[in-house]
Design a protein around this ligand. Structure first.
Ligand code: CP
Length: 303
């Protein structure tokens, strides 16, 4: 049974194949308009989402399939005490593919043995978000032309930001990558993520200004308020980095600014007009790469 729980569940060659398929779909979407005809995807979202849920839904509909959504858990038998195992056995009896977001790390993985159909993790707590990673890789590949040989700076909440964890792990398989981790002391990247990369390939700093001129890809993240137990700590840290036009004066002309979104304050809206800001392009790449993933998992050959 296929599943995608963390980015390296796909080998590097499988990842490259999905990215290439996404680029083919972008060029000729009509060719793929029926590859999931008759297929039904269940979206189980136990945590809020705009992009991931809608882009999965848009992707399946654009492939000719249909979608069932659970986005308000108060309407499900979960509230009567039903176990996740029984929910998964039930939903997988109706569907061809399950997409799950859950606030607890590990829940999508634990669901695999109970499912009759493939499961895709749409974000599990602070752990992983593999389809955001595919989105990010496609964005880099399509805009920069290649993924290897780049200096990628991650800025913001590197402790709780699951998109950062997944992307670092995925980029660790590409050649000649350099990583810069920019965060306050309290939100440093976890050791278990740094273990994926060579200790000579990264630096950690609190200062965005001192590294700005070295960066090829600036990946900005929101401070994840929902993961804090102490609201005062969140309020103290949330605006540590705010990217604005003066800060970008030292940046390379061909640097790209990425963000998985949602954005709160960490990128000034004036930056949206900068040609280096690609975070709304990223949103659209996310739909195409999810089309490629769904087609690969449950689709028929294109006509
Ligand atoms: N990037 C992302 O996961 O956005 P949502 O939380 O809106 O799905």
């Amino acid at each position: 049974m296929k599943y995608l729980i963390e980015p390296n569940d796909l080998s590097l060659s499988e990842t490259e194949r999905i990215l290439s398929l996404a680029q083919s779909i972008m060029k000729e979407p009509r060719k793929f308009a029926q590859v999931c005809r008759g297929k039904l995807m269940a979206n189980l979202f136990y945590e809020p989402s705009t992009r991931t849920r809608f882009s999965f839904e848009a992707a399946m509909l654009r492939l000719g399939g249909n979608v069932m959504n659970l986005s308000d858990i108060s309407t499900s038998s979960h509230t009567k005490g039903e176990s996740m195992a029984d929910t998964i056995k039930t939903i997988s009896s109706y569907s061809d593919l399950i997409v799950m977001r859950h606030p607890e790390a590990g829940t999508p993985k634990k669901s695999i043995p109970h499912s009759l159909v493939p499961i895709i993790n749409a974000g599990d707590g602070p752990n992983h978000h593999p389809t955001q990673t595919l989105t990010d890789l496609l964005t880099i590949k399509d805009i920069k032309g290649h993924i290897s040989n780049q200096t990628v700076a991650f800025c913001g909440d590197l402790l709780y930001g699951r998109t950062v964890h997944s992307l670092v792990k995925a980029l660790s398989r590409y050649d000649h990558m350099k990583f810069i981790f920019i965060s306050p002391e309290e939100l440093k990247i976890p050791h278990y993520i740094k273990e994926y990369i060579d200790e000579n390939s990264y630096v950690e700093t609190h200062s965005l200004e001192e590294v700005m001129d070295q960066i090829d890809i600036l990946y900005v993240t929101r401070v994840q308020g929902e993961r804090f137990e102490n609201i005062e700590e969140y309020n103290r840290l949330k605006d540590t980095y705010i990217i604005d036009p003066p800060k970008l004066e030292k940046a390379k002309e061909d640097m790209i600014i990425m963000h998985p979104l949602p954005r709160v304050n960490e990128i000034d809206t004036r930056v949206d007009e900068d040609k280096r800001a690609v975070y709304f392009n990223q949103v659209r790449y996310g739909m195409y790469v999810r089309m490629a993933l769904i087609a690969d998992f449950v689709g028929d050959e294109p006509c």
